[in-house]
Ligand binder design. Structure first.
Ligand code: NAP
Length: 345
């Protein structure tokens, strides 16, 4: 039987015709959904207007609580939300850095601030009490769960120091959840008293959690945990007018990333945070995910390209990521050895 006869026999049978129609419909569906997500990506990144913070009570005396606020992304969240007209509660470890930033914010943006210093690697009742005492009676509408810790350098899981492992899970997960449990009732109370405004909870995820990342296994797992927790909370709190969003990022220049020079793929904290706070409710590169936003345009294109080609959970993505972290580890170990030698001399 020739190929033409073979296809003709298939298209003449009922089963063959059903399979053909089914395949065409699936193809049309896939092409349509892909085209729509490309359009949505372009609109999210380059066309839609920036988020208007008056719905979150900006310039109306409302407050944002920001964790990990004294440096890096957290400091930028504080500065940029203050610029939008929110009063700011700054939480981090170092009192002196918080005091300097609070003075700077108050003088630049004419908003009020409060500071709370504690070490988030200690899950002490006293820490949450400090927060609830500070925000008691304040009209809080926004919580930015930004504090986070990663591995000091990429490391095989079995060699991860117990303190590093415990601190990562404590800070990124347990303490983040307990801070949210402390702040959320106050947000709800604020919204009960002012029916016109909304609440917002943004949590910093990471490409380290988006992609299973070998040699950063504990950090990767802790950020993946935040993905599901935040998405679950988003569904739960939507009827109560509280927007909940996980913000995804590839590398940004900061103390944590140990990268000083920005590049096309690695923005500075200011530009990253600008993209995040101006696109609340959009998805950017995270088109396939509910209540998740990959806001910075080059990160977004990377996320979207992988999700729509080899796939986030594919072996190929996993292997490329592993090779990248292997080479970061080699360079970090060399640098540590060089510094140790310099110290000896
Ligand atoms: N930078 C990146 O490339 C990148 C990429 C993806 C996701 N992220 C995520 O973005 C978030 C912020 O990262 P970043 O790069 O801005 O970090 P960073 O520059 O190292 O700043 C960390 C902030 O958190 C505070 N902090 C750290 N450990 C703390 C602790 N044990 N207790 C209380 N506060 C503590 C620091 O306070 P002190 O100043 O007092 O130490 C500082 O304010 C993290 O959740 C991170 O996972 C970052």
């Amino acid at each position: 039987m020739s190929i033409a006869e073979y296809f003709s026999s298939i298209t003449q049978s009922k089963l063959g015709q059903s399979l053909l129609v089914g395949s065409v419909l699936i193809g049309v569906f896939k092409i349509t959904t892909f085209s729509l997500s490309v359009v949505s990506l372009v609109f999210d990144l380059f066309i839609l207007p920036a988020t208007n913070y008056s719905k979150y009570g900006a310039k109306k005396g409302n407050w944002a609580v920001i964790t990990g606020a004294s440096d890096g992304l957290g400091k930028e969240y504080a500065l940029q939300l203050a610029a939008k007209g929110l009063n700011i509660v700054l939480i981090s470890r170092t009192q002196s850095k918080l005091e300097l930033l609070a003075t700077d914010i108050e003088s630049k943006y004419k908003v009020s601030t409060k500071i709370i210093a504690f070490d988030a690697s200690t899950d002490e009742d006293e820490n949450y009490l400090k927060i609830s005492n500070a925000i008691d009676g304040l009209p809080v509408t926004v919580l930015i769960n930004n504090v986070g810790q990663s591995h000091s350098i990429p490391v095989p899981f079995v060699e991860t120091e117990l303190k590093e492992l415990t601190d990562i899970v404590t800070i990124n997960n347990l303490v983040t959840l307990k801070i949210t449990q402390t702040v959320l009732p106050v947000i709800k109370q604020t919204l009960n008293q002012d029916k016109k405004i909304r609440g917002l909870i943004l949590t910093m995820g990471s490409f380290g959690g988006l992609f299973p990342t070998a040699y950063l296994a504990t950090y990767s797992g802790s950020k993946a945990f935040l993905q599901n927790w935040s998405n679950a909370l988003a569904g739960e709190l939507a009827p109560e007018k509280i927007d909940v969003e996980l913000v995804l990022s590839y590398l940004v220049t900061s103390a944590m990333s140990k990268i000083k020079r920005p590049s096309l793929l690695i923005p500075n904290a200011k530009n990253f945070v600008k993209s995040a706070i101006n696109s609340v409710g959009y998805r950017g590169g995270a088109q396939e995910r509910f209540a998740t936003n990959t806001p910075y345009w080059t990160h977004a294109l990377m996320h979207f390209a992988v999700a729509n080609s080899v796939g986030i959970y594919s072996k190929i993505a996993n292997t490329i990521n592993f090779n990248m972290h292997k080479s970061i580890r080699v360079r970090a170990l060399k640098k540590a050895a060089r510094l140790a030698n310099e110290k000896k001399d």
